[in-house]
Design a protein around this ligand. Structure first.
Ligand SMILES: [Zn+2]
Length: 391
């Protein structure tokens, strides 16, 4: 499938990219977005239609009450696979070019899931998807993986991430392992980056240029898009914001510093600070679900725990204030179990941000974004599509 795309001109790819990201669009709006002459647009659209990359999808009301034809990316013939490999689970989706999710599956990771066993399970599920939908491998543009950094993104290698249950998750040549088994091109990035790509392209951040995404779970994962480009940290890791120091005499952090945001704003930190059923947290092997269950239970009625969670939200508010002063984002998406599961957490963090907003940054906030729990996998599909449509 990539051969067809490689033969298209930059202009044709650009027009296909606009149609793909918009979902559906009239020719008039497409001409404005692509900024080309009508004759040029007609020629490009004919080539895209002849290659079965775009289709007419119906009509909509246009100005003056007239009907206008809308176009979208093709429903069939070209597909992508997006995989979210997090520390505690793997989620796979298969979508077409217009981002309809046709298959969606998830499995949990425990201490038995070595990289080899995980990749084997992933390949079994992908083969099952293709068989059930009668899709040939050659129709799959690529496999995108949003996973845990640090990583060697170019070579598709996970370097030495913290927090996987199985000790074998170090120097894992993920791209090579999957490509050798499936013969489909594979691309990797950290999960926070694919998440922000999804929200920026087709979710809450559509139409904006400067977006921040922060996921608060066992740890903090963050990503930044400035002027339409992902800002990358060393080794494509996603924990730069997590280790911003907010208290020089603060609690010890796993990174070796003191008073990092993550030493207050994470399920792990709250569990540690509240000293709740400490044995339970240790024996739970830092599993995210167990933290959630523990903190969702009777301990939430405990006044001390409430105060610790409140303090945690305040620290996050101060941290995002620091970030906003540097980056001046239009939108900050706060996500993850800490944000979604505790009703008072999100409003308190936003309240503290506004209280400390001395430079009057005009920031919109979103609780959870638009694409919810599939966001990393959807962004992983978009990473593949963008590789071909923007090159
Ligand atoms: Zn730290």
């Amino acid at each position: 499938m990539d051969e067809i795309l490689k033969e298209l001109s930059d202009r044709e790819l650009g027009i296909l990219n606009i149609i793909q990201k918009k979902g559906s669009i009239t020719k008039k709006d497409l001409q404005i977005a692509a900024d080309v002459k009508l004759t040029t647009l007609n020629r490009a659209m004919k080539i895209l239609a002849d290659n079965n990359l775009i289709v007419e999808v119906g009509t909509c009301e246009s100005t003056g009450g007239r009907k206008a034809v809308e176009y979208s990316a093709a429903e069939k013939g070209i597909y992508v696979i997006g995989i979210d490999i997090s520390r505690t689970y793997v989620k796979l989706i298969l979508s077409n070019l217009r981002m309809d999710i046709l298959k969606n599956e998830q499995f949990s990771l425990d201490h038995t899931f070595s990289p080899e066993k995980t990749v084997n399970e992933i390949c079994i599920l992908i083969k099952k998807f293709l068989l059930e939908l009668s899709i040939d491998k050659t129709e799959v543009l690529g496999i995108g993986i949003g996973t845990v950094g640090p990583m060697d993104r170019g070579n598709g290698i996970i370097l030495n991430p913290k927090g996987f249950f199985h000790s074998g998750w170090a120097n894992v040549p993920l791209k090579e392992m999957i490509e050798s088994e499936l013969s489909i091109p594979c691309f990797i990035d950290n999960g926070a980056n694919t998440a922000i790509l999804a929200e920026y392209s087709i979710g809450k951040g559509r139409g904006l240029k400067n977006v921040v995404y922060i996921h608060c779970g066992v740890g903090i994962r963050s990503a930044v898009i400035t002027d339409g480009s992902i800002i990358r940290a060393i080794n494509d890791s996603e924990d730069a914001f997590a280790h911003m120091v907010v208290d020089i005499d603060g609690d010890d952090c796993g990174c070796g510093n003191q008073g990092c945001i993550e030493s207050y704003v994470s399920l792990k930190a709250i569990a540690k600070r509240s000293k709740l059923k400490r044995e339970q947290f240790i024996s739970s092997n830092e599993k995210e679900n167990n933290y959630n269950e523990s903190l969702n239970s009777e301990q939430l009625d405990n006044e001390i725990t409430k105060e610790i969670i409140n303090k945690s939200a305040e620290v996050l508010g101060v941290g995002i204030g620091n970030l906003a002063r540097i980056l001046n984002p239009q939108l900050i998406i706060l996500s993850g179990p800490l944000i979604m599961n505790y009703d008072l957490f999100y409003p308190r963090a936003v309240e503290v941000f506004h209280k400390n907003n001395c430079m009057n940054n005009q920031v919109e906030f979103s609780k959870g974004g638009e694409l919810k729990e599939s966001v990393i996998a959807i962004g992983s599909c978009l990473m593949v599509i963008n590789h071909y449509l923007k090159n």
